[in-house]
Design a protein around this ligand. Sequence first.
Ligand code: FES
Length: 336
Amino acid sequence: MFSRAWIFVGHESEIPQPGDYVVRRVLDDSFIVVRDESGSVKAMFNMCLHRGMQVCRAEMGNASHFRCPYHGWSYRNDGRIVGLPFHEEAYGGEAGFNRKGARLLPAPSLDSYNGLIFISMDPDAPPLIDYLGDFAFYLDYYTKQSSSGIELRGPQRWRVKANWKIGAENFAGDMYHTPQTHTSVVEIGLFREPKAEKRKDGNTYWAGNGGGTTYKLPEGTLEERLRYVGYPDEMIDRMKEVWSQDQLNVIGENGFMISAASIFPNMSFVHNWPKVEDGDDVLPFISIRTWQPISENETEVLSWFAVDAAAPEEFKALSYKAYLMCFGSTLCVRMG
Ligand code: FES
């Protein structure tokens, strides 16, 4: 399954400068996702060409080169080999081992959408946009609220003793759990809607290789409904510039606001609008997750905070607080 799908490994905002990199996994394979000196994004197996040692040991950082800790082969940040100690003595020079053209193995396929970087182990994978299919329509609500795109913070990372499919499936459409599981979040005053009946009101959808849930909003115009979930007018103006009329109609005409969603197989999203300060005002946040299988009954969760890069700084700060209070790793601690 994971060898044929497109797997999310990071966002371009995590690696804005040449040399910035993050290390991410697809099952047991480690990848360096890096912006090279020319500014292009690459994903390479984190595996030395010599004897397979991981050449990058940090989770993220900035580097012009990666040097293998085993025998010291070194690579530019675009993957090209540049240093091979004792090349002459050990290999007889270029005749024995031709360095020219040797490079860390690239991920078989790499593609991106709204700055989200995906890789596939299938060299003949269909274009990402075809794989996403109609889910791209919904993906824009989370990842393109202005022409500036989103920026990510994180990820927080933790493990749960559960199969990875439980989380992915829950985010893809289990509205049924919200009145029960999230009662405690209402009790501590984070959610504005106290009625369990209301908290499950909405629609589910499946589109392309993704699916998710929506909440039903109160009567009102597009602007009133976006204000209801806490977006300031300047952000609403930018949404109106980048979303299609059909995308705007889901909110303004039909009265639905996207909530949780998943892209097959292991990427999820959540959009919610809790109260973050005293009073009735709410603030929306967006979070992106991956459910990384460790074993059949253990999962590593990576959780990012995402926000419109053009949002006012005060909004970003409060939205981050909303995320941490509702969906950060502290929630796991709080709920025991
Ligand atoms: S395994 Fe990397 S230099 Fe030998």
